[in-house]
Ligand binder design. Structure first.
Ligand SMILES: Cc1ncc(C[n+]2csc(CCOP(=O)(O)OP(=O)(O)O)c2C)c(N)n1
Ligand SMILES: [Mg+2]
Length: 332
């Protein structure tokens, strides 16, 4: 972290909350990759490692009853919103104890109790869904805020433009969080996008847009604070472009040949989790030993969640017809 953020440093409880989220994401990601490589777990896995500070900055701001929508690369957003680790791990591994009884899997994690409303596998589809959630809050007269996370690839899909326009016209309480990790699948940002920064597109819809360092939770928190306040007070939507990088390619197991080796190495050398930890210590917000205690607690929680998930059964055949139809349906 090059900046000191002297003026805009959030209070110590927020810094700590963000550290716990960053650590939980980073350690969970490492645990998942280890389990997959060892053959202990089988799943498709879209690693969010590198993008954890975005979810920490947003997660530290939201209330439990606020809504979050995310994508298949959403593990960081799930943890940032407070989805319980045991149920989350179990869902990722398709177990009956998961958030959706193992029937959603990593691409469809839903946990309304913590406000994680939808995880989608269809690029761009989360944005209109977020508008619907926000519209429901307006109809019910609550001051809930909806945050929708999506990637740079999604910003070139029609649904992005339709959703931003509608949210602006209806002044919906949505924060559009655009996680610019420089690649949509195997396509570089520059090859697919007409503007140097997608935040510029906010002007086309008459809403505020900004670009922040997505690898700095303090910067994300600062930008999101204004956007969340705007949404909560009925002033309408905003677009936040968070610049970041995905460490492990599109899907875990990707050979990553299309990513220049130097570029990826530079991003990994500047690991945002390590950078935030170093900044907290160098600015004397926390002692190294205090953070080590938290890391040990997080490690224990991650180990426990993995043990719980691996020890849980898959959903049985009787589950095939439950949670599928609104009414009672008995198959012939
Ligand atoms: C409508 C649609 N088109 C194509 C795909 C295939 N696809 C899956 S992920 C992806 C890349 C999306 O990139 P981005 O929005 O930048 O998200 P990231 O994976 O970087 O988080 C594509 C094209 C899809 N799932 N949905
Ligand atoms: Mg991307």
């Amino acid at each position: 972290m090059s900046e000191t953020h002297e003026e805009g440093v959030p209070d110590i409880a927020i810094l700590l909350r963000m550290f716990k989220i960053v650590t939980a994401i980073s350690r969970t990601d490492a645990e998942f990759r280890k389990a997959l490589l060892a053959g202990r777990a089988r799943s498709t896995y879209y690693s969010p490692k590198g993008q954890e500070c975005i979810s920490a900055g947003i997660g530290a701001l939201l209330r439990q009853d606020d809504y979050v929508v995310t994508t298949y690369r959403g593990l960081h957003d799930h943890l940032g919103k407070g989805v319980p680790m045991r149920e989350l791990f179990a869902e990722f591994l398709g177990r009956a104890t998961g958030t959706c009884k193992g029937k959603g899997g990593p691409m469809h994690v839903t946990h309304p109790a913590s406000g994680l409303m939808v995880t989608t596998g269809i690029v761009g589809s989360g944005l209109p869904i977020a508008n619907g959630l926000a519209w429901s809050s307006l109809l019910r007269g609550t001051d809930q805020v909806t945050v929708v996370n999506f990637g740079d690839g999604a910003s070139n899909i029609g649904a992005f433009h339709e959703a931003l326009n509608m949210a602006a016209v209806w002044e919906l309480p949505v924060v559009f969080v655009y996680q610019n990790n420089r690649y949509g699948e195997h396509t570089r940002y520059e090859a697919a996008t007409s503007v140097p920064q997608v935040a510029l597109r906010a002007a086309a819809y008459g809403i505020p847009g900004c670009t922040v360092d997505g690898n700095d939770p303090v910067a994300v928190y600062g930008a999101a604070k204004a956007a969340v306040a705007r949404a909560r007070t009925g002033a309408g939507p905003s677009l936040i472009e968070a610049m970041t990088y995905r460490f492990w390619g599109h899907i875990f197991g990707d050979d990553m040949r299309y990513m220049p080796a130097g570029e990826r190495q530079a991003a990994m050398d500047a690991d945002p989790a390590v950078r935030y930890r170093n900044w907290l210590v160098s600015q004397a917000h926390f002692a190294d030993a205090d953070l080590a205690v938290i890391e040990a607690e997080v490690d224990a929680e991650v180990e426990d969640a993995m043990r719980f998930a691996l020890g849980s059964p898959p959903p049985g055949p009787a589950e095939l017809f439950t949670d599928v139809y609104a009414g009672e349906v008995v198959p012939a």
